[in-house]
Ligand binder design. Structure first.
Ligand code: AMP
Ligand code: MG
Length: 335
């Protein structure tokens, strides 16, 4: 397949919208990471997204809308809490899991009776969706398992020749995927952490929210028989080609241990890359993390040593969720 590389001009966005309407696949920028979109109501188009990404078919997609009121096409009723979150955080990096209307295809929701919905905070994405005149199902625009794409070049690297079009926009402002919150139970439950934190949600709702055990449990809660509510949390994720180790502990010791491991491995002839963010610079870490993984892979490193961020529930915690998965929970602790 020949992939059209488009710009984020009005004319090109119209071309891309037409492709979506005709059942094609278009990768586009959002504020979180690039998405690979299809008409959410077109089962064949949605099936083609799974195919292009090599994504397991039980891992549901987030449906993107361009006006908050369009959530009515996907779910019948909105609780007061859902309305509060929409008013406070949309457009923005917050995905709400709600009961789905029967019209939403099982393909889109991985067979679940719920649907994940978000209104992105990105001009190009909003214009594309509103011109396409349909909600757009879009997982991240990478090959399944590889680091999420935060720059147009990353998308081209993974999906050129596999999708109908790629819109080249700016680098993603946030750099990690949206916070996903399950709104179908009594207590709002975070299924995937992001830059909108538990504290942000609690401040808006005036009540406690919980984390799914897949996030707080050891090894992502996937060691035991716990079944994560968000199917995507159980798969191998974000993995660079290089082997990766996360070094955790007091900062000065982490730095020293990284230097020691780097030296030892270089002496064995390995090419070693290091990811060590400024202390407490969590927003920058979120912005840079996936891009750093991809750049180190391009440099052909054999081993990546990453310093853990010390944060238990904020933005740094959301980055750590990705970092630990990238490393396959390969952790060294220093005291
Ligand atoms: P991605 O599209 O790659 O950003 O991944 C979307 C994430 O949202 C995955 O972790 C999915 O498992 C999760 N997700 C999507 N729809 C639902 C749903 N209906 N219920 C729970 N999690 C969902
Ligand atoms: Mg993804």
């Amino acid at each position: 397949m020949k992939t059209k590389i488009l710009k984020n001009t009005k004319e090109d966005i119209e071309k891309a919208a037409r492709i979506l309407r005709d059942g094609g696949l278009v990768a586009f920028p959002t504020e979180t990471v690039y998405g690979l979109g299809a008409n959410a109501f077109d089962e064949k188009a949605v099936a083609a997204v799974y195919e292009a990404k090599g994504r397991p078919s039980d891992n549901p997609m987030i449906v993107h809308i361009s006006r908050a009121s369009d959530i009515g096409q996907l779910t019948r009723r909105l609780s007061p809490d859902i309305v509060t979150l929409i008013e406070n955080f949309w457009p923005g990096p917050l995905t709400l899991v709600v009961k789905k209307r029967p019209e939403v295809p099982d393909r889109t929701t991985g067979g679940l009776d719920t649907v994940a919905v978000r209104m992105p905070d990105n001009e190009t994405a909003l214009e594309l969706i509103s011109t396409a005149l349909c909600p757009v199902a879009a997982p991240s625009a990478n090959l399944s398992g590889s680091p999420s794409p935060t720059r147009a070049v990353d998308v081209i690297e993974d999906l050129d020749g596999k999708v109908d079009a790629i819109i080249q926009g700016e680098d993603c402002r946030v750099g990690i995927e949206s916070t996903v919150v399950d709104m179908t139970g009594d207590v709002p439950t975070i299924l995937r952490p992001g830059i909108i934190t538990a504290e942000n949600l609690e401040a808006a709702l005036g009540k406690k929210v919980e984390y799914d055990k897949a996030i707080t449990g050891k090894n992502g809660g996937i060691d035991g028989d716990y079944k994560p509510k968000s199917p995507g949390m159980k798969y191998k994720h974000y993995a660079p080609k290089a082997e990766m180790i996360v070094v955790e502990g007091e900062r000065a010791r982490v730095k020293a241990e990284i230097e020691r491991l780097k030296g030892l491995n270089e002496r064995l002839g390995n090419n070693v890359g290091v990811i060590l963010f400024e202390e407490k610079a969590f927003i920058e870490a979120a912005h840079d993390f996936f891009a750093r993984l991809r750049d180190l892979d391009k440099e052909g490193v054999d081993l990546i040593l990453a310093g853990a961020l010390s944060d238990t529930d904020g933005v740094g915690f959301a980055v750590m969720n990705r970092m630990l998965k990238s490393a396959g929970y390969n952790i060294v602790r220093v005291q």
